[in-house]
Design a protein around this ligand. Structure first.
Ligand code: 9MR
Length: 431
């Protein structure tokens, strides 16, 4: 048997049910003989002992990634929901099988309940896991700081690197807030995703109402990028150089940059960033580009033009602010793959999935499924570098302030308790 991975699934049990779905909890463990990173696809499927039509069909395979730590592999607890045809009074008697669908090499194990499991040892690359954080909350809430510092590989300042914070007066820079996050990340062995250098929002009035000429604006933009990127050279590993370049009408958005400088504003920004830190990855970042659309095509055309002109761009950030069920694996892959063909990375940069609040258990289960689509698309795409959630706790999320009646969009709830969406990303998190 190839690299000799052994493992098993145990403790399968139906933990909750309603007329449309069952939630099933189980634990996956790997033996210490496996290599450092192992991915397993699993699906829940009907068994001969399950009552006929209760389980409609096997679930779509989902992927678990194990990373070997100093103490070996940690067993992973999972909860998965499956569609069922009808409610029954005897949920506790139902049986199911959790099947690992990588059967090319491996061993068939069975636990006490007779659950067959086939184990494989395909080695996968693991995307970095990140979260957007707020400097004031890091300083004020120890529970928040603990999760931020211990579970993620990468932190994105949610607002602290934006123009209105960093350059509130022309040439007058204030780095206190971004420095606090960068210092926190370095202390915790994390990297930083810088956000953002050219955007149409959160710009100070001196900039937007200054009546500057094109040469003046080029000078202002390049000086800002040289100063900010230069300050964090070597610690900020990736920058959203340009944010939200394409409007909802699929044309290049008008902003202080595109109207004041012109169509070459973004090229100028990328070149200035490369000069300031030759090793940082340079991204363009946008929303509603997670599937084929006029907007995603417009972004692709913009990026392909940059590549053709030799503009130093390394990747495309997919914000992924979504609603339940609004992304699909084929949709995401169609976009990831065409940037791979240009030689570019992609990343999921601002993931959240908003639901009506107070959130129902069914919506939180469906939310986990939407998170799983994003996670699995990134794991499967060789050019997907990272998955970052926009915040991590519902206590500190932009959603309720922007969408009346919606919220609960993140993996931890307002009391820092984990939600079903957490179980989806947990295999990729630190610890
Ligand atoms: O989450 C950010 C929120 O706190 C700010 O008030 C808002 C200002 O426009 O920006 C939010 O972050 C945005 C990010 O910078 C770009 N993509 C969309 C995010 C949510 O609006």
């Amino acid at each position: 048997m190839a690299a000799g991975v052994h493992g098993g699934i145990s403790d399968g049990s139906v933990v909750e049910g309603n007329s449309g779905r069952r939630a099933i909890a189980f634990t996956v463990a790997l033996s210490e003989r496996a290599t450092s990173t192992v991915s397993l696809d699993y699906a829940v499927t009907p068994t001969s002992a399950s009552r006929g039509s209760d389980f409609l069909a096997p679930t779509t395979p989902r992927r678990l990634t194990f990373v070997k730590g100093a103490n070996g592999f940690t067993p992973v607890a999972k909860m998965v929901t499956v569609p069922v045809a009808s409610d029954t009074a005897s949920e506790g008697n139902e049986t199911f099988a959790v099947v690992l669908s990588n059967p090319s090499v491996g061993v068939l194990l069975a636990d006490a309940a007779g659950i067959g499991t086939i184990i494989d040892d395909e080695t996968v690359r693991r995307p970095l896991m990140g979260a957007a954080v707020r400097s004031t909350t890091l300083a004020q809430e120890p529970g928040y700081a603990d999760i931020a510092g211990t579970r993620f590989d990468l932190l994105t300042p949610e607002n602290e690197m934006k123009w209105d914070v960093v350059e509130p007066q022309r040439g007058g820079f204030d780095f206190r807030a971004p420095d606090a996050i960068v210092t926190f990340a370095v202390t915790h062995g994390q990297t930083v995703h810088g956000h953002t250098l050219a955007w149409h929002q959160q710009n100070p009035a001196w900039l937007t109402a200054g009546g500057f000429t094109r040469p003046e604006l080029i000078d202002i933009l390049t000086n800002h990028i040289a100063t900010v990127v230069g300050r964090y050279r070597g610690t900020v590993s990736v920058w959203d150089v340009v944010n939200e370049a394409i409007g909802d009408d699929a044309s290049v958005r008008s902003s202080i940059w595109t109207t004041g400088i012109g169509t070459d504003a973004f090229d100028i920004a990328f070149r200035a960033a490369r000069t300031a830190d030759p090793n940082a990855k340079l991204y363009i970042n946008d929303y509603n580009i997670e599937a084929p659309s006029r907007k995603s095509d417009a972004l692709y055309a913009l990026v392909a033009g940059m590549v053709a002109r030799g503009v130093p761009i390394d990747g495309v950030g997919f914000q992924t602010h979504r609603t339940l069920g609004s992304i699909s694996a084929p949709g995401l892959r169609s976009q990831f793959d065409r940037y791979a063909a240009l030689g570019l990375d992609v990343a999921i940069t601002e993931l959240d999935v908003r639901v009506p609040v107070p959130a129902s258990a069914a919506d939180l289960a469906a939310q986990a499924d939407t998170y799983a689509v994003a996670r699995d698309a990134c794991i499967a795409a060789p050019n997907c570098a990272s998955i970052t959630t926009w915040g991590f706790t519902d206590k500190h999320s932009w959603i309720p302030y922007f969408f009346t009646g919606l919220g609960a969009a993140l993996p931890w709830d307002s009391n820092l308790q984990t939600k079903p969406a957490y179980d989806v990303i947990a295999p990729l998190l630190r610890n």
